[in-house]
Write a protein that binds this ligand. Structure first.
Ligand SMILES: Cc1ncc(COP(=O)(O)O)c(C=O)c1O
Length: 401
């Protein structure tokens, strides 16, 4: 008992004074801090661009792969490991990228990152160290990527995009260019063959680096996907892929295949910040080498193709003032607006109806050249997709759903 009293007094729970009785300390009465205010909650209908259906995530295959990994991985897997990423994953990716995307992929040239966002940030640092001060980015393009590059000290300049993809003449003297050749984000056009050549010539002339963001290259619905640009000039093009569209953004698994001149500095940089969990890398390696990844992609490709077809058909039939442009590819469609209808007006109606969609506006570097909507058809659960489409049509036609 004496010991217990002594312990409680030492920890400040009891007050003991010579000649007085021991009392319970008066402690501040504030309870635990209130939980942060709940976010506005998920929208009733989520048609924001770019995320896959979480219901399609191959949970069973992931779990089976994780079990195999844990049962067989040698102890060294639990160390810091190679800063480029697990050799098993780099080997599996090299095979997959060569076969599926026409990438010249040597496992020694692959660097695994925590999403493309992480890869781009580290690439920006390395490019800056090599004397690059300006990166050209497509206009319109992904605003997050502009912020990332600028945050690492690069000057970001816009390069217009027309129906053939990025206008190469707009790249000017930039030391690097970030492009989305397979499916321009967000306009949805492919980089035309003549532009591919012109882009590589531009890079060769100025000693520049092209970063090929192949974010949704697996999802082409009207034909076999066009091979990666990187295969044409692996010493000037960084190929960047991600599992964010094929599996889920939460995996934070992505990869870059890099030219020799960038490899050592990138590896050195990653040595200081090994950020991509090794067990997850091994799971992806297992999915790739067992064929489960290919099966999953095939399944999702046909599901998204059906969704896109349904979207295009519904808009043509019931909202013909809203044309869909861009390739039959990826997880979003660019939807035009009839004359006199603004993004702001559609956004207000959509918010009122609980329909989340994205506007083209914020994707421009400066003043918008035209308006439009990015409708993501990946996210709604399969059973709710028809209802989501009806809600969208109601927003676009101004009817109450
Ligand atoms: C144009 C583009 N590229 C790449 C990505 C993938 O980024 P991450 O791998 O960081 O999820 C996205 C995600 O939205 C994107 O919009």
């Amino acid at each position: 008992v004496v010991e217990a009293y002594g312990q409680l007094a030492a920890e400040g729970w009891l007050l003991t004074r010579q000649g007085a009785s021991t009392t319970v300390a008066r402690l501040p009465t504030a309870g635990p801090p209130p939980p942060p205010a709940a976010r506005g909650g998920e929208p009733a209908v989520d048609l924001r661009a770019g995320e896959p259906d979480p219901g399609g995530f191959p949970r069973g295959a992931w779990l089976a792969a994780l079990r195999r990994v844990l049962a067989t991985a040698p102890p060294e897997v639990l160390g810091y490991g190679d800063p480029r990423g697990r050799p098993e994953l780099r080997a599996a990716l090299a095979g997959y990228l060569t076969r599926a995307r026409g990438v010249a992929a040597d496992p020694g040239r692959i660097v695994v990152t925590s999403g493309f966002a992480d890869g781009l940030a580290r690439l920006a640092v390395v490019l800056r160290d090599q004397g690059v001060d300006t990166i050209a980015m497509e206009d319109p393009g992904q605003p997050l990527h502009r912020r990332i590059a600028a945050g690492e000290g690069l000057r970001v300049v816009p390069a217009q995009v027309d129906r053939d993809g990025v206008v190469v003449g707009e790249l000017g003297q930039a030391g690097a260019a970030l492009v989305t050749p397979a499916h321009q984000f967000p306009l949805g056009v492919p980089l035309a063959p003549a532009r591919r050549t012109a882009l590589l010539e531009w890079a060769a002339r100025g000693g520049a680096i092209v970063v090929e963001d192949d974010y949704d290259g697996e999802f082409r619905y009207d034909r076999k996907p066009i091979g990666a640009l990187q295969g044409l000039d692996p010493e000037r093009v960084v190929y960047a892929g991600t599992a964010s569209k094929t599996l889920a953004p939460a995996t934070r698994l992505a990869w870059m295949v890099v030219p020799a001149r960038l490899l050592e500095p990138l590896v050195e940089d990653r040595r200081h910040r090994v950020t991509t969990p090794a067990l997850d890398q091994l799971v992806l390696a297992e999915l790739l080498s067992s064929g489960a990844f290919d099966r999953h992609v095939r399944r999702m490709r046909s599901a998204y193709r059906r969704r896109r077809d349904a979207l295009v058909a519904a808009l043509a039939a019931e909202a013909p003032g809203h044309p869909v442009s861009g390739l039959a590819a990826g997880l979003h469609a660019l939807v035009g607006l009839p004359r006199g209808v603004t993004e702001a007006a559609v956004a207000a109606r959509a918010a009122e109806a609980g329909v989340a969609l994205e506007l083209l506006g914020p994707h421009w570097h400066g003043a918008p050249r035209h308006e439009g909507l990015l409708v993501g058809y990946g996210r709604p659960p399969a059973h709710a997709f028809r209802g989501a489409l009806q809600a969208l049509l109601a927003v676009l036609t101004g009817e109450k759903p």
